[in-house]
Design a protein around this ligand. Structure first.
Ligand code: FEO
Ligand code: CA
Ligand code: CA
Ligand code: CA
Length: 598
């Protein structure tokens, strides 16, 4: 049990933290209540049938809430916040948990088509009733799937590398997949990152031309048959037949939830990699800065600075203008330098003698419009094979950059580095001041003071995560006897006071994942507290923190070694002998008060 001293009284984080546990339920602080907002399979579009686990069809799934909810956001439709559009990413499918008796070697065409329809995003109109969020039928409701047409835009659109037999123009892609984290733009659209897209493509090994092979390998495209065998039902998943289709994924996509008939966009200007997300900060001069991390061990943090300036308001006219901002600008990659002697970074997490993991950094330009800054790479090659271009310029290899977001109160940028089991191992990058631990099991939180449109930054580590009893952890200088253990930070969010909220994925402390709050300024900076835990085997995703409620996406409940639909390891949320269903959960105060208020 954790002590809860009242040192100061930070608005937004005054609640009794929940203890680490391994329960098959969502555990919330005393005095709070919870409810399911929407589950995998719940109706979204008119005519959608009720979910029937044992009789799924692709036609039903196309109208129902998709699988494995990750990012979520509530886009307000009015000033009161009572009416909003819940926009959710459906990252990936786990067929062994979706179908009883699933044969990995011989999926049926219907199972494959259900999976295509279970990907993408959902837009669902919701009304706030007390703390509860109620999904309702509406003209805004929409499913985006692997069949929805997207427009490829920006400097690499139309490139020969993006052309396929189905799309000789290189500008029109069907669908989006592995949408992990995301953000709401200041103009009311949604950005969503296509992350581990590589896993769905077969037969990379058939490509032998050395440059093409190197490009595939750098994006993790390898092997023969894919795990899901989609290539049997659509040749676009077969690199032996459509070598460019994989180049059409790995982008930041933008969706306008206000216009259900709008064509979503893939923005080539932000580069192609395993985008966790992109989030926007508006610079003082009105230009738009988009931050994005590439979630892979030893990959990079990027930013994009637009040439154009934002138009205020969210009229259709302003939105159309602002949705073009990410098509024209400069793409940079980050280099972080420590200010302590390298000899003081011993790999254990022990603070250097100046008491901080900190330093300065720079943004190295990669390309701007048709101009490349990387020798040996054309601009379109920089945009489409961004990882390889960034390798050339001395960017800092990070411990898996996950979510990255500007804090709306203090303006600083916060990035979750989730973990990196290979840091410091033979043949891999050694620890550095920005990634200070060998075999980083628990991850850390990077805080950046960025000159938004400029190329200079200062940084420090706010948290070096793990069990606070472990000497190699750091909680912003706060008394470690009073904090919650935290491991593997993934998504970040902010409440209106500027407190950072962190959700975790893969807790390496043998307890369930969860959601945490931490003040970032003042005497309680670093006072990490656990607000909730999710069911066993689940990951906590997409936190939304509002005055009267918190929502989280519970992704892959029961996804544990040896578990499957034939042998479920969770019965959340429906209980009894039911199959687990990824779902969005809302939490609010029983007394109707503000979240975390005294
Ligand atoms: Fe899908 Fe990087 O988490
Ligand atoms: Ca230092
Ligand atoms: Ca994530
Ligand atoms: Ca993750």
């Amino acid at each position: 049990p954790l002590a809860r001293p009242r040192q100061g009284n930070v608005p937004g984080t005054d609640y009794t933290p929940v203890a680490p546990n391994t329960e098959d339920r969502v555990v919330i602080p005393e005095g709070y209540e919870q409810g399911i907002v929407i589950r995998w399979g719940d109706p979204v579009l008119p005519g959608a049938p009720e979910f029937d686990f044992n009789n799924q069809t692709a036609a039903a799934q196309e109208k129902q809430f998709g699988y494995n909810n990750d990012f979520a956001e509530l886009v307000p439709l009015d000033g009161s916040g009572k009416r909003s559009l819940l926009v959710v990413n459906h990252e990936y499918t786990t067929e062994t948990h979706m179908f009883v008796g699933y044969d990995e070697n011989n999926p049926t065409e219907e199972q494959v088509r259900i999976a295509w329809a279970a990907h993408g995003l959902s837009v669902v109109y919701v009304e706030q009733q007390g703390g509860r969020l109620k999904p309702l039928p509406s003209k805004y409701n929409r499913r985006i799937t692997l069949s929805t047409p997207f427009e490829l835009r920006g400097p690499a659109a139309g490139s020969d590398y993006l052309k396929t037999s189905a799309d000789p123009t290189g500008t029109k892609v069907l669908g989006t997949q592995n949408n992990c984290a995301g953000s709401m733009t200041p103009w009311g659209t949604i950005l969503s990152g296509e992350e581990n897209f590589n896993q769905y493509f077969a037969n990379a090994d058939s490509v032998t031309e050395p440059t093409a092979k190197k490009r595939l390998a750098r994006y993790g495209l390898k092997g023969t048959a894919s795990t899901r065998k989609w290539e049997r039902f659509d040749k676009r998943w077969d690199l032996a037949k459509e070598s460019n289709e994989a180049n059409r994924f790995g982008w930041i996509v933008e969706i306008d939830p206000h216009d259900p008939n709008s064509t979503p966009v893939k923005h080539t200007g932000l580069g192609r990699f395993k985008h966790e997300t992109a989030t926007i900060k508006i610079a003082e001069d009105g230009r738009v800065v988009a931050y994005s991390g590439d979630d892979e061990r030893f990959d990079y943090i990027y930013k994009f600075v637009s040439n154009g300036k934002v138009k205020q308001g969210n009229s259709a006219h302003a939105r159309r203008h602002n949705m073009s901002l990410l098509d024209d600008g400069t793409l940079y990659v980050a280099k972080f330098s420590g200010n302590s002697p390298a000899s003081e970074i011993d790999g254990t997490g022990k603070l250097p003698s100046d008491g901080h993991f900190d330093g300065t950094g720079e943004w190295i330009p990669l390309a701007s419009g048709k101009k490349s800054f990387v020798p040996g790479y054309t601009a379109e090659e920089v945009y489409i094979f961004t990882r390889l271009a960034a390798d050339e310029v001395g960017a800092t290899k990070m411990d898996r950059p996950e979510d990255i977001e500007p804090n709306p109160v203090n303006g600083r940028i916060y990035c979750a580095l989730t973990n990196n089991s290979n840091r410091g191992s033979t043949g891999n990058a050694a620890p550095d001041e920005a990634n200070p631990r060998v075999g980083n099991k628990h991850g850390h939180i990077l805080e950046i003071d960025d000159d938004a449109v400029g190329t200079k930054l200062r940084w420090n580590l706010l948290l070096v995560c793990g069990d606070p009893n472990d000497a190699g952890t750091y909680f912003g200088g706060f008394d470690k006897s009073q904090v919650s253990p935290i491991s593997c930070p993934d998504n970040v969010a902010f409440d209106r006071h500027g407190n950072l909220w962190i959700s975790t994925d893969g807790n390496a402390l043998k307890s369930n994942d969860g959601l945490f709050s931490v003040p970032v300024d003042g005497p309680e900076r670093g006072h990490v507290k656990q607000f909730l835990t999710v069911p066993h085997g689940a990951e906590t995703c997409g936190p939304v923190i509002r005055d009267k409620f918190v929502t989280v996406c519970v992704q892959h409940p029961g996804e544990l070694d040896g578990a499957s639909a034939d042998k479920p390891a969770s019965h959340w949320p429906d209980g009894g002998n039911s199959q687990p269903r990824p779902s969005v959960v809302a939490v609010w105060r029983k007394d109707g008060g503000e979240i975390g208020a005294s």
